[in-house]
Design a protein. Structure first.
Length: 506
């Protein structure tokens, strides 16, 4: 059975109601003459626990807002398969992430600019950062944070840093502070310390209601193909085919009068592009997909951060493990939260790098204080390739972990060579879910081929743009959400400028 074809006058369409998609939907629908349709493959999944920091993160919470699957075996890490996790709900990964909010250092954006990415220097992006941040105080950096750390171990770590004269950074996200040092993290939390995901922040119910004439949200619907007109010298995106996520026989063709914007994230976006015939010819031919454009850049690069967690014993009551091992503590904290909305349940997961040591026996009297050694700027790129033509079949993600010897050496030095690296990585190395660069912003014939130009337009295809974490020219040595949001803000600014220009001309 098929839904009828629909036409939304003057529609822009955003596929993927994730972090960037939601911000775009908010910004674009501010203008009444711009109709936006957001298509999200999963459901709202709003539960009591989904706003509680400790219970809502992918690592701690229920599975209803995640998609988890195994990566391709990692050749340079004993063929280990890594766990791939992506958000799959309204708000995307912002519903399940660690809520850590870091801009990263200005030099990395300036590096993008120096590589020719016009409009993407730190100064160019500064207004985009500010636009999505909420002021708590007078300082330049102004997102929210807890005023105190939750666990004494974090305080001890700060004291130890002071003792060693290791610099303490008071504002992690200020470009005026040194990058090296110890700092308290900032988070997406509201005034009461609850998770403040993009779903809650950018498309609250009253806003959606007030814009119902030009903002449409379609959930549990997957975009499985972009449609093209091939009448001109280059393909033009004309709309998308949507299928009910749980039943492929229910489908809908949507016609986009202005353009199609893909915001499916660094794994979902190359998958949709390849299923639509935009990808390396050999990959498409192998899947018997009609080639719309032989596009070597799509999914050919993929970057992520590899983390090696280290942990140290601390007293049990300094650790989240107390919740697990001491039922009375768990009950006390639960009641504290219910009655006063206070206590451990408000602790964001990554302040709880005081984490369980799986190697310990259940009866261990210790808590753990964890440190992660992270490869921030991996040099060996991975790939994303289709495994089948079914959108619901996750693609093959090959991280190419430690594919360059230089990275192995760096890690060995950091771990002080005290253990056998391969064995250690095999047991402990993990992705920290910062997938990016799979449809990078660069020239199409760059040595590492690009997919979109500086205005996020897909090379050689009309009316198709990408706005999500897949377009970063290269991975940043920080968490990625701030920049994914800035990409959406920047895109919205570009569209508004285009609209203003055409109004002035008319
Ligand atoms: C477990 C985890 C923890 C993280 N922790 C942090 C952190 O603490 N701080 C930080 O800065 N970053 C963190 N990140 C990374 C950050 O969440 C992402 O970089 C960011 O969300 C990327 O935004 P996006 O818009 O590109 O994609 P996403 O937010 O992943 O959104 C993509 C959306 O597209 C939808 N979709 C995909 N394919 C289709 C399709 N074919 N049709 C319709 N819909 C589709 C998905 O369901 C999803 O909602 C974390 C990520 C994960 C997974």
């Amino acid at each position: 059975m098929c839904f009828p074809t629909v036409r939304l006058e003057d529609v822009r369409k955003s596929c993927g109601g994730g972090r960037a998609g939601y911000i775009l939907a908010n910004r674009l629908s501010e203008t009444k003459d711009c109709t936006v349709l957001v298509v999200e493959r999963d459901q709202p999944s709003l539960t009591w626990a989904s706003q509680v920091p400790l219970l809502s993160a992918a690592s701690q919470g229920d599975e209803s807002r995640n998609l988890k699957f195994a990566s391709a075996p990692q050749k340079h890490a004993e063929n280990k398969e890594m766990e791939v996790i992506v958000g799959s709900a309204m708000g995307g990964s912002s519903r399940i992430d660690g809520m850590i909010y870091t801009r990263g250092i200005s030099g990395q954006f300036n590096e993008w600019h120096a590589q020719g990415r016009k409009g993407w220097s730190y100064d160019d992006l500064h207004s985009c950062f500010l636009k999505s941040e909420r002021a708590l105080d007078e300082r330049e950096w102004c997102n929210r944070s807890h005023s105190k750390v939750h666990f004494p171990s974090a305080d001890s770590a700060i004291r130890a840093a002071k003792k060693l004269d290791f610099p303490l950074i008071s504002e992690l996200n200020s470009p005026n502070e040194p990058f090296i040092g110890m700092a308290k993290l900032h988070y997406n939390i509201d005034n009461n310390g609850h998770r403040y995901d993009v779903f809650a922040a950018f498309l609250p119910a009253d806003l959606v209601e007030s814009r119902k004439k030009n903002l449409h949200i379609c959930t549990r619907a997957s975009v499985n193909r972009i449609n093209f007109s091939l009448a001109d010298s280059q393909p033009m995106a004309t709309g998308v085919r949507i299928e009910a996520t749980s039943d492929r026989t229910y489908s809908l063709e949507v016609i986009a009068d202005r353009e199609v914007i893909i915001c499916s994230g660094a794994i979902g976006t190359p998958q949709v592009l390849m299923l639509s015939g935009l990808g390396p010819k050999e990959q498409l031919s192998a899947m018997k997909i009609e080639v719309i454009k032989d596009f070597s850049g799509v999914g050919t690069i993929m970057q992520d951060h590899l983390a090696i967690p280290l942990s140290f014993h601390v007293p049990l009551n300094h650790s989240i493990i107390a919740l697990k091992k001491q039922p009375l503590v768990a009950l006390r904290e639960f009641l504290k939260y219910l009655i006063a909305e206070k206590g451990m349940l408000l602790s964001p997961v990554h302040e709880l790098s005081v984490r369980a040591d799986h190697a310990e026996e259940e009866s261990s009297p210790h808590g753990d204080f964890g440190l992660w050694v992270i490869v921030m700027r991996p040099k060996a790129p991975g790939t994303i390739r289709l495994k089948s033509t079914d959108l619901r079949d996750p693609p093959a993600c090959n991280f190419n972990l430690l594919g360059e010897e230089a990275e192995q050496i760096e890690l060995r030095l950091t771990l002080l060579g005290s253990v056998d690296l391969n064995t250690f990585i095999d047991a402990w190395g993990q992705s920290i879910y910062h997938y990016t660069a799979s449809c990078r912003m660069a020239l199409e014939d760059d040595t590492i081929p690009g997919v979109v130009d500086d205005e996020l337009k897909v090379h050689g295809v009309n009316r198709l743009r990408i706005a999500d974490a897949s377009i970063f020219p290269s991975i940043l040595a920080t968490h990625l959400q701030v920049t994914a949001i800035a990409v959406a803000e920047k895109y919205a600014d570009m569209i508004k400028a285009d609209c203003q220009e055409s109004t002035t001309i008319n």
